[in-house]
Design a protein around this ligand. Structure first.
Ligand SMILES: [Zn+2]
Length: 390
């Protein structure tokens, strides 16, 4: 048995209990001693100060010890929202796997109520919850993009009147934190890719709606037919079939990798980048090719970005086939992906002189010059700043 790992799993339990217990004595004592009795939850990467007792310091700094541990605790617990009275709207995890503050940083800045709970962000109209967000001013530019996605998230979310908020641990079916499971979860693994990929998704090279899409794909929360059926009681086979090939059950790994046509698209895309390799049968594996292999040449961020744009268009294609019956954009898909990736990336690397034609025929050279340009720009700004302060 790995004692350090065991200890972490135990500390996690205390950390968790502090957030969970509403009225226990030890929580009251700790709250009184360190947080003036007010604190609901503990910042997991805190370090404490000289007044902090040894054991308490161990508990509150638990997240600083390993990233995996932090993920297990911070991202491992989610609120199951009832009325939303206990749950911080911006800072806590209740929809998806990231808090809204990190998902929508621009909107967060504009919010009039940064510390408010979910229940402060709207009103009950009879039995129906109605969101009412308050902003410091109107939204402009990318704030509008963020707002559009935020509304999509909120509109799909119904609060439950009269129901308490509870916390669930996602690594356990019953939602309870178990030291034994935590210990297992903390076992060292080889793949840090999931971590890396889910961070790169939020790179600023693509609009936030695309990041949001990528994130849902990554955690298998896209409304694929199988995911929709999971929530229903009656199941009919034919309703599960892939929107592109109609041959197999439509779930993310099929739709985005194994399905025949998407598979061909990935091959075409990799050829475009001058690469020949076997396409894995799952989306994280495909992401890995772009982050590691393509990313080795042009940078992980840009590599991840390309794979995101391709996935985005595969989903777009699938939707147009399922919902606009027969509107088949297959013939134009490669060109659309090339055009959009060029447009988005170039937008972020303003002043870069590459043309779309160059991007199409020599993407690697183009990406490298964008990267170089970005680096030089950074350096230039730094120097300017430096000379301004001298
Ligand atoms: Zn298919």
């Amino acid at each position: 048995m790995d004692l350090r790992r065991k200890n972490w799993a135990l500390l996690g339990k205390w950390w968790h209990r502090f957030g969970e217990d509403v009225e226990s004595l030890w929580k009251r004592i700790v709250s009184e001693k360190y947080y003036g009795g007010k604190r609901e939850e503990v910042d997991i990467t805190a370090v404490g100060n000289w007044r902090t007792s040894r054991i308490w310091r161990d508990i509150i700094s638990v997240g600083g010890r390993s990233r995996r541990l932090k993920n297990m605790l911070v991202e491992g617990f989610r609120w199951e929202v009832g009325e939303g009275k206990r749950v911080g709207f911006w800072r806590e995890l209740w929809v998806g796997y990231k808090n809204l503050r990190d998902l929508f940083p621009r909107l967060y800045e504009l919010s009039k109520n940064k510390l408010g709970n979910i229940s402060d962000m709207g009103v009950w109209e009879g039995e129906k919850w109605s969101w009412k967000m308050e902003w410091r001013r109107g939204r402009i530019g990318r704030e509008k993009d963020e707002e559009e996605v935020l509304w999509e998230v909120l509109e799909n979310f119904q609060l439950k009147k009269g129901v308490n908020d509870t916390r669930r641990w996602i690594h356990d079916l019953e939602g309870k934190y178990m030291v034994k499971k935590a210990y297992e979860f903390l076992a060292p693994t080889e793949s840090i890719l999931e971590d890396q990929w889910s961070k790169l998704i939020w790179c600023r090279l693509v609009p936030s709606k695309v990041s949001f899409f990528g994130w849902r794909l990554c955690i298998d929360r896209l409304p694929t037919k199988r995911n929709i059926m999971k929530r229903r009681v009656s199941r009919q086979e034919e309703e599960l079939m892939c929107g592109l090939c109609c041959d197999m059950v439509e779930e993310a790994n099929h739709l985005f990798c194994m399905c025949k046509e998407p598979w061909i698209i990935w091959v075409e895309i990799l050829q475009w980048w001058g690469m020949e390799t076997v396409i894995p049968n799952n989306i994280l594996g495909v992401a890995e090719i772009f982050v590691q292999d393509v990313g080795k040449i042009i940078g992980k961020e840009m590599g991840a970005c390309i794979s995101l744009v391709v996935s985005w268009y595969l989903w777009y294609w699938r939707n147009s086939k399922v919902f606009n019956n027969g509107n088949n954009i297959r013939g134009r898909l490669l060109e659309m992906i090339q055009a959009k990736s060029f447009f988005w990336i170039k937008n972020k690397v303003q002043g870069c002189v590459c043309s779309f034609h160059e991007w199409k025929v020599n993407p690697v050279g183009c990406a490298l010059s964008m990267r170089r340009y970005k680096r030089e720009l950074k350096l230039f700004r730094k120097q300017q700043k430096g000379s301004a302060t001298e």
